[in-house]
Design a protein. Structure first.
Length: 292
């Protein structure tokens, strides 16, 4: 069993971007600028956005953090997005999800200019991704997973991949990327969800499992065949009195029980999370340099 170290892989990717940004700066070229919008005081969302902004600063990007109270009107938020769309200094715009119930996530996502949609959620970018077009911005978490597989030389061609979860943010795009005629890719993909029958049997036939079902320690050892590659997208806080914080972080995989059966497995934390941020930075860099 080998750990797929997302933190280490992400650092390698970010270091390369940092060097490229420094070279752009020394030659007088524009450096990437990411604008992040946070609505409300959701603790997890604040942590995610702060991490993205911190990473921008570490690799030489410009960043703008915009925070609103939870009761901001939908119209005011949409007006701000339009302002950022028109701001030539901004290369990437992300609005941290989830949003308060009175704001339509669909409207917000569709309001972001396609060329600045570095989260890759706009329907046009999703369509381009399905078509396999290079100019598409791929959703950051699935893109990060593909980068993790690529940088660690994980063989995917001809393999049976099972994706647990069908969300538009992870599950659906992940299934498309794994089935694309690319490397990594060329998998035969099965998408499973809450209505899937014979789930254990299907999972136990998989060479690669991407667990993005949102249930703590859902994937158990009897669902995993020997030598499988397991990618854990989930992250949940569960009570733990032995920890100073009173909780510990676990994924969608029961790591201690499943890991001995795997050829490769991602940890939680330190697996998919850092790769998501690295992918977001690659998208933002791409948005900037496409204007050269």
């Amino acid at each position: 069993m080998q750990i797929l170290d997302g933190k280490k892989t992400a650092k390698t990717i970010l270091n390369t971007i940092k060097i490229d940004v420094a070279q752009r700066a020394t030659t007088g070229k524009k450096v990437p600028h990411l604008a992040a919008i946070l609505v409300g005081a959701n603790g997890a969302s604040q942590t995610y956005v702060n991490s993205k902004v911190r990473t921008c600063n570490e690799i030489g990007f410009n960043s703008t953090m915009i925070e609103y109270e939870e009761d901001i009107s939908e119209m005011k938020l949409l007006d701000k997005i339009q302002e950022l769309n028109e701001d030539l200094s901004v290369d990437g715009i992300l609005v941290q999800l989830p949003l308060p119930a009175h704001i339509s996530e669909k409207k917000v996502i569709e309001a972001i200019a396609v060329a600045k949609d570095v989260d890759g959620f706009h329907p046009e970018n999703i369509g381009r991704m399905i078509m396999g077009e290079e100019e598409a911005f791929v959703p950051a978490t699935p893109y990060g997973i593909m980068l993790l597989l690529e940088h660690n030389n994980i063989t995917t061609k001809g393999k049976h991949a099972v994706v647990l979860g069908r969300s538009n943010i992870v599950g659906r795009p992940m299934s498309i990327l794994l089935s694309n005629n690319s490397n990594p890719g060329n998998c035969t993909v099965t998408v499973c969800h809450s209505k899937t029958e014979n789930l254990n049997e299907i999972c136990s036939q998989a060479d690669i499992i991407v667990a993005a079902i949102g249930q703590a320690e859902f994937l158990q050892p009897e669902m995993v065949k020997d030598g499988a590659v397991v990618i854990d997208v989930g992250i949940t806080r569960i009570p733990d009195d032995s920890k100073k914080s009173g909780y510990r972080l676990v994924g969608d995989v029961d790591f201690d029980k499943v890991a001995p059966k795997c050829s490769f497995i991602t940890p939680v934390p330190g697996g998919v999370g850092p790769m998501t941020i690295a992918a977001l930075m690659k998208n933002t860099y791409k948005s900037c340099t496409e204007k050269d």
